[in-house]
Structure formats: structure tokens, C-alpha cells
Design a protein around this ligand. Structure first.
Ligand code: ANZ
Length: 858
């Protein structure tokens, strides 16, 4: 009987589902384990192998923990509001509700075909009004606490997308080619800045990748320094700057304001007005990202005004330049070309004075005045402290801490999002609705497209727009919607109590299940979702709704799965050109390929068709192809569809392969040969149990005694697989299982051994193990058995490797029995031929470390 995965896999998937095998419940007295995936955004493209990687990893952990005696929470749902879903709907001429429903159905089918052990009773969808009622409710709590407010702020406006974007979202859209400009607009803001310090400090206690924590630290961007007032010549106003280096004040030879700074209009002289206005206009078209890019040439213009340096008393010119941002610090800086790279560059371009303030030993020079400040000869820390003290005494400045993180711009001029529970009265003031009026349901609209102006599509929903309270007062609803990230800020809490209509999550359930013990997802969420969710969680914590300070105790980023691309090149005559002969050049139309020798322009083809691998190289006929592992993308054509793999090899092979490719956190290229390998392994497992005719091999049900060596290997495998699963080292766990299965082939084993083997493999390849488990006569499910324990006596090695050194240099490694005395070890070492040849001189001392090492000192 052959291994018929196409029949076996759906059969067990239905069995698990029908019998609610993965239902999670509070089980008092049992330890709990909450293992969570970053729930997917159900795009039109369907699941890709990157999803499969993360979901398989969490599934293995969930299955393993259940067997190890934990009460396991492992849910799945859909993050389905937001820009991409709406863009997709617009593109395909459908309503986003329709496309979302279709995409969800497709994702769910694909996920279920992988045999993932989710508790589907807990499925949630952020676009479901029973869900977003509570997203709106949390918004009301934020509003009540003063953490949600309307402000006119300079926003990132994208007219092609017809919406504003959060700072965190800008890089992605700019990379896609969208233009983003700054303009002032009335928007909802969330005061994440109030939590900046806590968000920073609590990172220390989290079991997250250090690189990810560092990204959050940088995003929060704590900076310590001082604010200093500069008098303006011929003007009553003061110019306040923020600096991290107040100690460099004697080198401040000019000032720069952000072009948007409110003082610009006041201080600009007549002569300079025109150029200043022109410059302001140009910089309004640039994003913050472009403005602060270090590599960009600095630009600016003089305002005609002068400030007085409070330390040196000198007059310094005031300029405007777009490398100074209006939204950071005070939007104005003192410029120290001797100390700051950007200022130096600016001074060189515009020929501004540069005053040296430190010597070669990094100690201050030229840094004293006759008003009591003298830091000459000091080191940096002392210089900063002394300057701040002086500034505070003279009342021209003070110590100040700043954060880079900005309040979260929380409204979008799009249709497909959560409506705000807010109405505006006749005076245009925003009023929160009462909790009883939730949910504010998103109205059905056929014309939901963005208007291309800051007027949101919901403003066209006439009937919905008008709201009347019980006293007959008329209001207009907020027409903006919440951003894509709102629903994912708290979904891990709703999973715990998805049907509750009284509250977003019952306190007892929250208390039992939180925090999330393991959260797996891509690193791309480092500063968006993962900082927003932490922020909301901290607010809920302060309000007493949750009992943990942090939502995600342990976080793991899976590495990206890359796809191979095969490129080949043809010249104008249609002949192949070797990729080694290609020179790329950047032109207006993008990258263009040329023949290095002839200079001919080349045509580039990307194709996986007719590719043949020979001795580790890829060919198309006789022509060697250029092979690269790159991020999978539809446009390059190097994507792999999990549906195809499941059809050809089965979900178990796919799961095993993705876990066997390499360490979970590493980037690794997809390779079809690899899946053949894991498929072969599973067929080997199959043939341990059944012969060609489908008869059960007697030994897998026998009660006989197990061979000593096999027994030892079995227990070592239990130990290794257990430790590896605990540490998410799936690739090495699979290697060990392969060693065991190879060893068992053709040998007499017994039922106990066969059952342990199936239990060990079952988290990794759940379908085949379930089938074999039932074939050897079990009624229950293998995934509901207890995890096997190893006998510690059987896993100790009786042989050890003894390292022999002469004068500390490695000379031999010898296999010897464990537990020999020092004398015995020395004797064995001396007698070894290789060692002897190095022992020609007198041995002065012998160092012996039992079970490890002998070192002869000559
Ligand atoms: C003088 C100086 C001398 C500075 C020196 C640095 C080095 P963090 O907080 O670490 O990013 N700065 C202040 N506000 C700014 C704004 N709105 N846009 C652009 N740059 C701004 O660094 C703060 C430093 O960045 C400040 O310290 C200021 O330049 C600049 F040797 O002041 B410094």
C-alpha cells in the first residue's frame, strides 16, 4: 500500500475539526501556553510559503506543548481592514466586503490544508462588527483618558492613495513609488508619546531578538540634551533650540530653522523674502525621510536675520534649511560645524564660519567667556554638565529629554476601516458617542473610492452621516476611518473570549491566558504593529483591564524564504550572452544590461522554464544561467504556491521541508530538491510500518524486547527532539529523527518503539503519524497522547572522546570508555602512536581532566 497523502491528509483534517480536538479551554491546575501567529492580512494572492513557515513553527510548538501537558491556546483570525484590501477591491472592481470574504475563504482553505491545529471556535475577523465594536470601545477609553485628540498637524499626504499616512507607513509607500507630501490637516492623533519612556524601559525584560528591540529603541529615540534660548537681533522674540551638545555652544556660528518654523515669517528681511518663500515651497514637497537623508546635498537660504549666541555674545546668521525638521525638538537648531557633520557640510556649501572647539585629545578649546562659563580642558560629560548648569543659572536654557517618536496619526480618508465613535456638534466640536451606541456600523456604499481630496468617502454616505441624539440635537459623524493597524492592536485579547458581548475580554480568561508565551512573525512589523499593540496594551493595563504590562513575552522572527531566479541574456542578434559578460547601468528607464565587450544592449529574460541543474549549476541547454536567491515576488516569477506543493507531495512533506531548510530565524532559498528529500523520509517512515502489499510489519506491534543499541538511540532521540522543540530548533530535531528512522529500517522493533517514534514525529508531520497510529490499532489520536520521556540512564554516553595535547597543542582525539581514572587516561594517551612521536623530550607535568583531556607539558 503506498503512502497516499492525498487521501490521508484531508481525512485527518476533517477528523480533528469534527471532534474539536484542538479546542482550548481553561484547565485549572494545568500550566497554560499561549502560542500566537501574527494573523494574516488576507490578500488576493493567497498564502505563500513564508506564511507556511511561521504557521508551521507555531503549530509544532502548540502540538508539542499539548502533548507535554499544557493547556494550549492557539487561535487564528483575519486582519482584514485597511489600505491593501481596498486597493485590491478597487483594482478588481469589487466591493472590499466581497473581496475580503473571498480572500478569507481562500486563506482558510489553504491554512486548513496544512493541518494546523487551530481552535477554529475562536476565529475572528477585524472587519466583523462584533469585533470592531470593541476596537471602537477601546478608542473611547483612549479618548476618555485624553489619549485621543484632534489636532491640525503637518501630515504625510498621498494624493494618489487619497489618504494621509503614519510616519511608520511612509517608507513602504515611498518605496512603491507613491509621492508623499507634507500638508497641515485636522486629524485624530493618539498620544503614544506619553508612553515613550515605558515603551522603552519595558523592552529590557522582553525575550525578543535584540535587533528588534534595538529597532524599537531607535524608533522611540530617547535623546538627552538641553534647550537654549538665543536672542534675536532687533526682535523681542526668543529663538529656542534643542541640542544634545550644549557643550559645543562656543562653536555655534549660525542657526537653522525648519522652513515651517513660525518665526520664519516674522524675522525674514525684505530682501530675503522671495528666496525664503520659494525655498519653503520646495521643501513642502519632500518627505521627512528625503529631508533627513544624510547623503543628500544640504540646501538652505538666509533669512537676513541674526541671533545672539548667549555664551559667546557673537552675532550669528539665521538660515532656514530642510534638514531641520519642524516636528522634532523645537524645530530650530544651533549649528556647530566643528562638531556636527551636517552642519559642517552646510557651512562648506554656504561658506559659513567654522570655529574649532576641541583639540586632538577631544578636550575643549576656545570655550570660555567672561560671564562665568569655562569648560576648556574638560571632557565631554563634564563639559555638558557645566554648560547646562551655567545655562540654568543665567536662565537662558535648561536640561531637556526628547523622544523621536511622534504621536500616532490615527485617521485615514478611506472607506475600508473602522468608523470612529465620534460625532461633531454644530460648532464643529468632536463628541464621543456613548458605549451603548456601539458599534458604529460601517455603511454599505457602492461608491467607496477615495475622493482624491482630504474629504473622506464616508462623507458621501448621506443618511449615515447625520446623527440625532435622544433630545433631537443634530450632529454629523466623523467621516475618517481608523488606520489598518487598529484592529491588530488588541486581537490577541479577543481570541481569549471571542463571543463576549459584555466586554472585550473576560477578566478571568485574560488572567489565565495572558501574556502570549510565544509570538512568531516577520521582522517587518518591528515598529508598526509591535509598537502600537504594546502601547494599547499599556493603556489597558493602566485602566485595569489587563494584568500584564506587556502583551508578548517572547517573540521570534522567522527568516524569509527566498526564491531562486534564473536569468539569461540575449544580444540584438538573439544569441545567448553569458551572465559573466553583463554590465548593468542605471538609466532613466531603470537598470539596463549591456555586453561588457561589444557594448551591445542586451535583452534580459527571467524564467524557470527548461532550467536544468547539473553539478550545482543551472543550465538552459548549454547555456549556464545566472542564479540568484531573492525575495519572492510575482513580478519576478519566483514564487512558490503551497497549494501546488501540497498537491504533489502533501502538507506533511511541505511542513517538514520548511522546517528542515535551516534555522528558523535564517533567510533561506526554496529548493525543489529539498522537498523530494523530506518526502522520501516520510515514505521511509511509512515503509517501517507497512510492506508493499499494505500488510502491517509484525515488528511494529510486537511485544518483543528491543535491541540495546536501538533502545539507546531511541532515548537519545527523545532527549534531542524534546530539547530542540523547546528551543525552536526544528531542523536539528528532524535530522535526529532521520538518523533514527534510517537505523530502524529492516530491524526488529516493538510496539513501544513504534509508538514513541510516531509521537515524536507527530508535531512535525501530523497526518501520516495519525494514520499510522490508527493502523497499529489505536482509537485515540496520536496528537492527544503524552509526550514520551527518556530514561536518563540510557542517554549517557559510555564512550567519550579524549583530547590529547602536547604543550597545549592538539595531537590526537581518542575514543575511550567513560569514567576512567586519571592514571588510566594518562597511560592510554602515552601509548598512542601519534602522541608518542611528540613525546621525545622529558615530560615535566601531565594535566588530566577526567572524561575530557590529557595535556603533556614538556
Ligand atoms: C548642536 C550640536 C552639535 C548637535 C554637535 C549635534 C552635534 P538627536 O536627538 O540624537 O537626534 N537637531 C535638533 N533638532 C533638530 C531638528 N528639528 N531637525 C534636525 N536636527 C535637529 O540629536 C539632536 C541633535 O540634532 C541636536 O544637537 C541638533 O544638533 C540636531 F556637535 O545641536 B545638535
Amino acid at each position: 500500500m503506498r503512502y497516499d497523502f492525498q487521501k490521508i491528509e484531508p481525512k485527518w483534517q476533517q477528523h480533528w475539526l469534527k471532534n474539536d480536538v484542538f479546542k482550548s479551554e481553561i484547565e485549572e491546575g494545568k500550566p497554560k501556553y499561549y502560542v500566537l501567529d501574527m494573523f494574516p492580512y488576507p490578500s488576493g494572492a493567497g498564502l505563500h510559503v513564508g506564511h507556511v513557515e511561521g504557521y508551521t513553527a507555531t503549530d509544532i510548538v502548540a502540538r508539542y506543548k499539548r502533548m507535554a501537558g499544557f493547556s494550549v491556546m492557539h487561535p487564528m483570525g483575519w486582519d482584514a481592514f485597511g489600505l491593501p484590501a481596498e486597493q485590491y477591491a478597487v483594482k478588481t472592481g469589487q466591493h472590499p466586503r466581497e473581496t475580503t470574504a473571498n480572500n478569507v475563504a481562500n486563506f482558510k482553505r489553504q491554512i486548513q490544508s496544512l493541518g494546523l491545529s487551530y481552535d477554529w471556535n475562536r476565529e475572528i475577523n477585524t472587519t466583523d462588527q462584533k469585533y470592531y465594536k470593541w476596537t471602537q470601545w477601546i478608542f473611547l477609553q483612549l479618548h476618555k483618558k485624553g489619549l485621543a485628540y484632534v489636532a491640525e498637524v503637518p501630515v504625510n499626504w498621498c494624493s494618489e492613495l487619497g489618504t494621509v499616512l503614519a510616519n511608520e507607513e511612509v517608507p513602504e509607500q515611498v518605496n512603491k513609488g507613491y509621492k508623499v507630501e507634507r500638508r497641515p490637516l485636522k486629524q485624530w492623533m493618539l498620544k503614544i508619546t506619553k508612553y515613550a519612556e515605558q515603551l522603552l524601559q519595558d523592552l529590557d525584560d522582553l525575550d525578543w531578538p535584540e535587533s528588534l528591540k534595538e529597532m524599537q529603541r531607535n524608533w522611540i529615540g530617547k535623546s538627552q540634551g538641553a534647550e537654549i534660548d538665543f536672542a534675536i537681533k532687533g526682535c523681542d522674540e526668543k529663538l529656542r533650540v534643542y541640542t544634545t551638545r550644549p557643550d559645543t555652544i562656543f562653536g555655534a556660528t549660525f542657526m537653522v530653522l525648519a522652513p515651517e518654523h513660525t518665526l520664519v515669517a516674522k524675522i525674514t528681511t525684505k530682501d530675503c523674502k522671495e528666496t525664503v518663500e520659494k525655498y519653503k515651497e520646495q521643501s513642502s514637497l519632500k518627505s521627512d525621510l528625503e529631508r533627513t537623508e544624510l547623503s543628500k546635498k544640504k540646501t538652505g537660504t538666509f533669512t537676513g536675520a541674526y541671533a545672539i549666541n548667549p555664551a559667546s555674545g557673537e552675532e550669528v546668521p539665521i538660515w532656514i534649511a530642510d534638514y531641520v525638521l519642524a516636528t522634532y525638538g523645537t524645530g530650530a537648531i544651533m549649528c556647530v560645524p566643528h562638531g556636527d557633520e551636517r552642519d559642517h557640510e552646510f557651512a562648506e556649501v554656504y561658506d559659513l564660519p567654522i570655529v574649532a572647539i576641541t583639540n586632538d585629545e577631544e578636550r575643549y578649546i576656545n570655550s570660555e567667556n567672561n560671564d562665568g562659563l569655562d569648560i576648556n580642558g574638560l571632557e565631554k560629560e563634564a563639559g555638558i554638565a557645566a554648560t547646562i548648569k551655567w545655562l540654568e543659572e543665567k536662565a537662558v536654557g535648561e536640561a531637556k529629554t526628547n523622544y523621536k517618536i511622534r504621536d500616532w496619526l490615527f485617521s485615514r480618508q478611506r472607506y475600508w476601516g473602522e468608523p470612529f465613535p465620534i460625532v461633531y456638534n454644530k460648532e464643529g466640536e468632536p463628541q464621543p458617542l456613548s458605549e451603548k451606541e456601539l458599534p458604529v456600523v460601517l455603511p454599505e456604499m457602492s461608491d467607496f473610492k477615495p475622493t482624491g481630496t482630504p474629504e473622506a468617502p464616508l462623507s458621501k454616505a448621506q443618511e449615515w452621516l447625520e446623527y440625532q441624539d435622544k433630545d433631537g440635537n443634530k450632529y454629523l459623524r466623523e467621516t475618517n476611518t481608523m488606520p489598518q493597524w487598529a484592529g491588530s492592536c488588541w486581537y490577541y485579547l479577543r481570541f481569549l473570549d471571542p463571543d463576549n458581548e459584555e466586554i472585550f475580554c473576560d477578566a478571568k480568561k485574560e488572567n489565565y491566558w495572558m501574556p502570549v508565551d510565544l509570538y512568531i512573525g516577520g521582522a517587518e512589523h518591528a515598529v508598526l504593529h509591535l509598537i502600537y499593540a504594546r502601547f494599547w496594551h499599556k493603556v489597558l493595563y493602566d485602566l485595569g483591564y489587563v494584568t500584564t504590562k506587556e502583551p508578548f513575552q517572547k517573540l521570534f522572527n522567522q527568516g524569509m524564504i527566498l526564491g531562486y531566479t534564473y536569468r539569461y541574456y540575449k544580444n540584438e542578434k538573439g544569441a545567448f550572452v553569458s551572465h559573466k559578460n553583463v554590465k548593468w547601468q542605471v538609466e532613466d528607464s531603470g537598470q539596463v544590461a549591456y555586453d561588457k565587450d561589444s557594448g551591445e544592449k542586451l535583452e534580459v529574460f527571467v524564467s524557470t522554464d527548461d532550467v536544468e541543474w547539473r553539478e550545482g549549476k543551472a543550465y538552459r541547454g548549454d547555456h549556464e544561467l545566472e542564479v540568484k536567491a531573492e525575495k519572492m515576488s510575482k513580478s519576478i516569477g519566483n514564487t512558490v504556491n503551497p497549494d501546488d506543493i501540497i498537491r504533489d507531495y502533501g502538507a506533511d512533506s511541505l511542513r517538514l521541508y520548511e522546517m528542515f531548510m535551516g534555522p528558523l530565524e535564517q533567510e533561506k532559498p526554496w529548493n525543489d530538491n529539498g522537498i523530494e528529500g523530506t518526502y522520501r523520509f516520510l515514505r521511509k517512515v511509512w515503509s517501517l510500518f507497512l510492506d508493499r502489499d499494505g500488510n502491517l510489519n509484525e515488528s511494529v506491534t510486537s511485544q518483543g524486547k528491543l535491541d540495546k543499541d536501538i533502545e539507546k538511540l531511541l532515548h537519545k532521540t527523545i532527549e534531542k527532539v524534546t530539547n530542540d522543540l523547546e528551543k525552536l530548533r526544528f531542523n536539528t530535531a528532524i535530522s535526529q529523527l532521520m538518523i533514527l528512522v534510517n537505523e530502524l529500517g529492516g530491524k526488529d522493533i516493538n510496539k513501544e518503539c513504534a509508538e514513541i517514534l510516531l509521537k515524536l514525529i507527530s508535531p512535525l508531520a501530523p497526518h501520516i503519524t495519525e494514520e499510522l497510529w490508527s493502523l497499529i490499532g489505536n482509537d485515540s489520536c496520536v496528537c492527544q497522547q503524552s509526550w514520551p520521556k527518556y530514561d536518563p540512564k540510557l542517554v549517557v554516553d559510555e564512550e567519550i572522546t579524549l583530547v590529547v595535547q602536547v604543550n597545549g597543542k592538539f595531537r590526537a582525539s581518542l575514543k575511550v570508555a567513560k569514567g576512567l581514572s586519571k592514571d588510566e587516561l594518562e597511560k592510554i594517551a602515552r601509548e598512542d602512536e601519534k602522541v608518542q612521536s611528540h613525546l621525545q623530550k622529558e615530560v615535566r607535568r601531565v594535566i588530566v581532566v577526567p572524561n575530557k583531556l590529557v595535556n603533556f607539558v614538556l
